[in-house]
Design a protein around this ligand. Sequence first.
Ligand SMILES: Nc1ncnc2c1ncn2[C@@H]1O[C@H](COP(=O)(O)OP(=O)(O)OP(=O)(O)O)[C@@H](O)[C@H]1O
Ligand SMILES: [Mg+2]
Length: 308
Amino acid sequence: MDLPGVSNAEELQIRLRRYDYLADEGLATAIFLALRLSRPLFLEGEAGVGKTEVAKVLSRLLDTPLIRLQCYEGIDVYQAVYEWDYARQLLHIRTAEALGAGEDRERFEAELYSREFLIARPLLQALEHRGPQPPVLLIDEVDRADDEFEAFLLEILSDYSVTIPEVGTIEAGRPPVVVITSNRTREVHDALKRRCLYFWIEHPSFEREVEIVRLRVPGAGEKLARQVAAAVQELRRMDLYKPPGVAETLDWTEALVALDAKELNEQLVEATLGSVVKYREDQQRVRAPGIEKLLSRVNGGGWGRADT
Ligand SMILES: Nc1ncnc2c1ncn2[C@@H]1O[C@H](COP(=O)(O)OP(=O)(O)OP(=O)(O)O)[C@@H](O)[C@H]1O
Ligand SMILES: [Mg+2]
């Protein structure tokens, strides 16, 4: 699909920024191509690097609904596509009995298994959506679902239609804008990846992270933003069990702003460490050499103009 006023990746990058998402050139290009070629976008990366947010920002930018399918172990067609509304079917049967209708058994059954008695789950909602723009369909954390479900997704993504035995085939008017994310707890099959454009989202660079903080936590001053971003970059070098993502950077900054902090000091870091490092072993690893060590690297580690 085409976006009015956006004819290349650079213009899309500017547009994304206007909607509060800072993408680097590579990611902006991947999103641009996914839209232009109407291909699903497959995003992988560490926790909290902004994968899910890509779908959210696209829905804001395209002014179209975000339909989200959260994957988990054991997810199946009934949670993803459709389910019969048993309660309504039962009520319908009772009403028919009371009215003495339902004589024509065959017709009555056909009625019971018609579209009217289906509950649309996210994939069906996305296919049935009718509007000026196709919706954004977010298939989040696909690595949590099992192989079988993946094969099923592949089918849906090949022709954007689904066949329900009792009802028939339901086809999308226009293919939805599809964003698939994975935390890579397991490899997703090549066949599914082949359908998609693939992009690995890295942790942002120091400068970009400062910008993200300024954009998302306007209450944070320049100095605090730079120190927090520098500290997070340092933490990511520490070989932690769970290195902080952008989500943690933002949480941390918000906590610091809530405490009225203008700049980092030992006491503040100590008090707020739990909003950025969330495993006890990781916290020990940060505390062992001393918080002041971390701060000296933040302030003296060549992280831009951390002291201005
Ligand atoms: N480039 C960015 N620009 C603006 N905000 C960002 C960016 N990257 C991440 N964020 C913010 O960081 C937070 C985490 O992002 P998101 O939830 O998309 O991460 P994720 O990669 O989906 O993480 P997870 O793997 O844990 O689901 C969100 O609040 C998001 O708005
Ligand atoms: Mg996510």
